[in-house]
Write a protein that binds this ligand. Sequence first.
Ligand code: FMN
Ligand SMILES: CCCCCCC(=O)C(=O)O
Length: 350
Amino acid sequence: MRDRLAEIHDRAAQAVDPDAWHYLSRGAADGLSVSEAEAAWAHWRLRPRVLRDVSRVDTSVELFGSWATPIGVAPTAFHGLLTAEGEVATAAAAQRVGAPMVLSSRSTRLIEDVAAQIDGPWWFQVYLMRDRSITDRLIERAAAAGASAMVLTGDTPYVGYRAPNPAAARPIPLTAEQSLVNVADYLPDDGSDPWESIDQRPDQTLADIDRIARIADLPVIVKGVLRGDDALACLDAGAEGVWVSNHGGRQLDRALPTAVALPEVVRAVGGAAPVLADGGIRSGLDALTALALGAQAVFAGRPVMWGLAADGVDGATEVLGGLTDELRHVMGLAGVNSLAALERSLVAPA
Ligand SMILES: Cc1cc2nc3c(=O)[nH]c(=O)nc-3n(C[C@H](O)[C@H](O)[C@H](O)COP(=O)(O)O)c2cc1C
Ligand SMILES: CCCCCCC(=O)C(=O)O
């Protein structure tokens, strides 16, 4: 899949506006975390089992819904930059593969139009916006449209510093219609800058977990956790899952790679709740490593965006389907035929 992904990546780079490409590719500050994320998975080695019946390898998983694969779509903003159908195309690809889809609060298509593509559950990612009532309405709409969980992103009290493209006229080449599609009806009509109402809210706290769970009447997973003690604090505050992530290296540069932080979080949680993970997942081997380290599901951010940009629904389907096929293949080679059979003893530090 790595070769195929490299090819999709290169075609995507040619297909999209250079400023959009800069937005999706860049990391925060010096870009250390973004460049470390992929390589960190290869610091683990596999300890396969032999003579296990792997004539059928099952990748299905139950996790706030039933899925054919534990490799899902991480929430990423502004898919309208990549393909005309935006998140509607992403959802169609997730539906084809049976992958969990997490819709970003910053989508460029109506929540209801995206939900209509999926015959079953999906999850909604929550950003707490300056005007709390706008966030609350988005949560209510997502729940009404069929979301089965809320993913509260905890690592973005404000957006990390990302060097601008020196040649860019605008940091993100979005139309106002794209960026405000879900919130236009709630904005003040006094001529003020709409971003003042919907910008990130820096005073978010653990108490927001319970608040969101009550508004949605759904489980809340906290995304962006990199420490065991923080995972426990989130669970104590009412979270029903934690998601290990450094936001694709776009928030706090030098934050730990997921491949390093995941074991500490899994140990601390001790099976009390699901642990999810993202960051640098580019192959079935990366996914297998994360799942054996104790993640119940893993998510791809940029690779899905590359697929969308290169080939719309078909491209995103190829990425999700290709990663899943490769996971199935390497599970068999490791001597495991179901996700339940994956366990920590299958991996060791290099
Ligand atoms: C262009 C872009 C936009 C993103 N937008 C969001 C977002 O709206 N909400 C969120 O929680 N995370 C967002 N993320 C972070 C992803 O959910 C995920 O943590 C990260 O992309 C995983 O790393 P990967 O790109 O190496 O797979 C974004 C990432 C990228 C690259
Ligand atoms: C300028 C608004 C960016 C919204 C945050 C999207 C995101 O999480 C990311 O770019 O990363």
